[in-house]
Design a protein around this ligand. Structure first.
Ligand SMILES: C[S@@+](CC[C@H](N)C(=O)[O-])C[C@H]1O[C@@H](n2cnc3c(N)ncnc32)[C@H](O)[C@@H]1O
Length: 404
């Protein structure tokens, strides 16, 4: 009978399962205890029909009916899930803890506990629970998601020390993880690298590739349009006659904006996931999986235009980049790029967001050092983040037509 009820629940027929289970409960001998499995399934049936209060009562009766350890662990976990849905975070935490006391190596329950603790505003406990889930299963997406939500919450609360503590714990179970190392530097707890490591860029953007366009559109992303407008200002209306490189092309949002200028458009990026999306967009003549400076260093005087849109926020000192661009541009060729603007008057810095920001002065010096001339920059809003504008610079400079 319980098998038939389970089958009905799988088919989405909660009412049918409930009829079967209620009849079985009524038919049992007067002196017989209720079967914990029947009570458990009645709880699930009530839950699937939108009656969480009743579901909680059935699940609690099932626990009281003395199931074996395995069933009890599952019951406490299910009880936690229903309680979490009703907003009873503290009771959900207690239910998950009871489940874990019986089955301490169940990763999904640790992830559930992390969610309940975070919603109950115990971010530190939530982070540790999520890390335990990650330790038990490195490939668990829900566990990583729960952990990243905790880090986001800590960031929004300005609790850098707690975030750093969790990040160090993360490194203890996953030594050398490039994202953890980068975050620790962004939190001011490790030396700041000259640019985001290849491992960081690949991990972050491979993970974000399929959702990138939707995510960034929701932030009012407009850097590609701003770069296209800068090209229009410098070169006039597009005539489809230029050889153009899109450096850090991502999914190709920038390529789509550059295409009207290009007779040949080449994209380069470190993330294969992003390049696959760019390929699907169909606006590039060639795509290259390469680190951007290394790529530019192989492209001697090849381009009329080099564009770098919302990518230098993963590079600190711009000196190597501008020198490599100068080598890749034809004489008179144009570099157009965006940076996030640093609050300071000079230099560059790695911000708490994990992205680099640059001063106009640093851009000026990097261009001058590479022999790029005729530099202009304009302050713009690149997108929003947390409801606040992300202020940046759109800048462009030319390779001199004279021999250097
Ligand atoms: C925020 S996305 C912007 C993509 C695209 N330009 C746009 O406007 O939508 C930044 C891209 O730069 C790439 N990237 C970051 N650092 C890089 C590096 N050092 N070399 C090559 N690609 C890099 C990332 O993989 C990512 O696809």
């Amino acid at each position: 009978m319980t098998q038939a009820a389970r089958a009905l629940l799988r088919e989405g027929d909660g009412a049918g399962a409930e009829r079967l289970l209620t009849a079985a409960l009524a038919d049992r001998p007067a002196d017989a205890c209720a079967d914990p499995e029947v009570l458990h399934l009645l709880g699930i049936a009530a839950h699937t029909q939108g009656r969480p209060g009743e579901a909680v009562r059935w699940l609690e009766s099932a626990i009281a009916a003395g199931p074996d350890e395995v069933a009890a662990a599952s019951l406490h976990n299910d009880l936690g899930n229903v309680l979490l849905e009703t907003g009873a975070h503290d009771r959900a935490v207690a239910a998950y803890e009871a489940s874990l006391a019986l089955d301490p190596d169940d990763g999904p329950t640790w992830t559930n506990l992390a969610t309940a603790l975070r919603l109950g505003h115990d971010e530190t406990g939530a982070g540790r629970a999520a890390l335990r889930a990650i330790e038990l299963d490195r490939s668990s997406e829900p566990a990583w998601h729960a952990f990243s939500l905790v880090l986001q919450t800590l960031a929004s609360l300005g609790r850098a020390e707690d975030a750093a503590d969790l990040t160090r714990r993360w490194l203890a179970i996953d030594p050398g993880n490039p994202v953890a190392l980068h975050r620790l530097a962004a939190l001011g707890e490790a030396a700041v690298p000259a640019r985001a490591s290849d491992g960081y860029v690949v991990t972050v953007f491979d993970g974000a590739a399929t959702s990138f366009d939707t995510h960034i559109a929701a932030l009012g992303y407009r850097a590609p349009q701003l770069v296209a407008a800068e090209l229009g200002r410098r070169l006039g209306p597009p005539n489809g006659g230029l050889v153009v490189a899109d450096i850090g092309c991502g999914t190709g949002l920038s390529g789509a904006a550059l295409r009207p200028y290009a007779v040949r458009l080449v994209g380069c990026d470190l993330s294969l996931g992003m390049l696959r999306q760019a390929q699907l967009r169909g606006c590039y003549d060639a795509l290259d999986k390469a680190e951007l400076v290394r790529f530019l260093q192989t492209q001697h005087a090849a381009y009329d235009v080099v564009a770098c849109v919302d990518t230098l926020c993963y590079v600190g000192d711009l000196g190597d980049f501008t020198r490599a661009v100068a080598g890749a541009l034809r004489p008179g060729g144009l570099l157009v790029a965006t940076v996030e603007r640093a609050a300071a008057d000079s230099g560059w810095r790695l911000t708490g967001s994990g992205r680099y920001a640059h001063s106009a002065d640093h851009v000026d010096k990097a261009c001058a050092g590479a022999g790029l001339v005729d530099l202009t920059h304009t302050e713009v809003v690149l997108r929003e983040e947390g409801g606040e504008p992300v202020v940046g610079l759109v800048w462009s400079a030319r390779r001199t037509t004279m021999k250097q």
